[in-house]
Design a protein around this ligand. Sequence first.
Ligand SMILES: NC(=O)c1ccc[n+]([C@@H]2O[C@H](COP(=O)([O-])OP(=O)(O)OC[C@H]3O[C@@H](n4cnc5c(N)ncnc54)[C@H](OP(=O)(O)O)[C@@H]3O)[C@@H](O)[C@H]2O)c1
Length: 271
Amino acid sequence: MPSLPITESNESPSLIGKVAIITGASRGIGAGIALDLARRGAKVAITYASSSSTPLVTDLINRIDSLTKAPVDSLSPAAIGIRADLRDPASPAKIIAHTIAAFGQTIDILVNNAGITNFTPLEDVTHETVNSVYDTNVRAAIFLTQAVLPHLPSRGGRIVNIGSGASRGGYMNCSLYCASKAALEGLTRCWAVEFGLRGVTVNQVNPGFVKTDMMKESSDETIEMVSRATPVDNRDGLVEDIAPIVAWLVGEESRWISGQVIAASGGYQMY
Ligand SMILES: NC(=O)c1ccc[n+]([C@@H]2O[C@H](COP(=O)([O-])OP(=O)(O)OC[C@H]3O[C@@H](n4cnc5c(N)ncnc54)[C@H](OP(=O)(O)O)[C@@H]3O)[C@@H](O)[C@H]2O)c1
């Protein structure tokens, strides 16, 4: 993962004392979010699925340990890793149990980031394909958010869903992915209403193309076309472009923003 520049704002300790769960944080956007939130003082639970990602998570935890200031509460670590396949209905309870065992009963922030893409023409779509995409991209967010609810603080909890600009476009053979991310937008808006009286904000960040393993699943021609059509700098997005937006949304200063979907695509998607 490319390193985040260490600037004064990145080092701002605005999230000191907060506990955050970030799903799919072994690599890519999730890892960048975990690092950014930790740098701002949050204690982070990093979830992931594959055994092959365990070394990545160990590296990330070491990096967080070395970059963060001395822990406020030295009895608990700055970061933990939790391997839990979100397609498994037992995973939300496992993630919560590990998080509260490490950091205590309150979970301030949930970032539903884990996701998979899928390129299958409709005539080849099976029940298994639908289940795999929806279980990861939609059902996991529903049941992990449900599991977090009893642990949110009495005021000021934060939920951020990571969607995709694909949710508002039409793309060849990409209907399941696009529809799953559009479903997440519906959840975002309704949860913003449902939890608003508890001072909880719920928002969604929709990245455009971001240089991660997932981006490699799109064709070079498509990536090149999008990059050329991106107003800001005519380039692909970077993890470092997305993480600070999420960090701001989970902080105190964004308390009056809820139910919003924010396109983070250098202006490629304007809505
Ligand atoms: N990259 C882009 O261009 C782009 C654009 C728009 C939106 N997004 C969205 O941004 C989010 C992150 O994307 P990314 O590019 O960072 O993806 P990525 O590099 O492919 O990383 C995906 C992460 O999700 C985890 N994950 C995948 N399936 C899982 C499952 N069943 N259970 C638990 N964790 C699972 C992976 O864990 P393992 O390492 O263990 O596999 C990994 O940590 C996704 O929701 C994606 O849809 C990405």
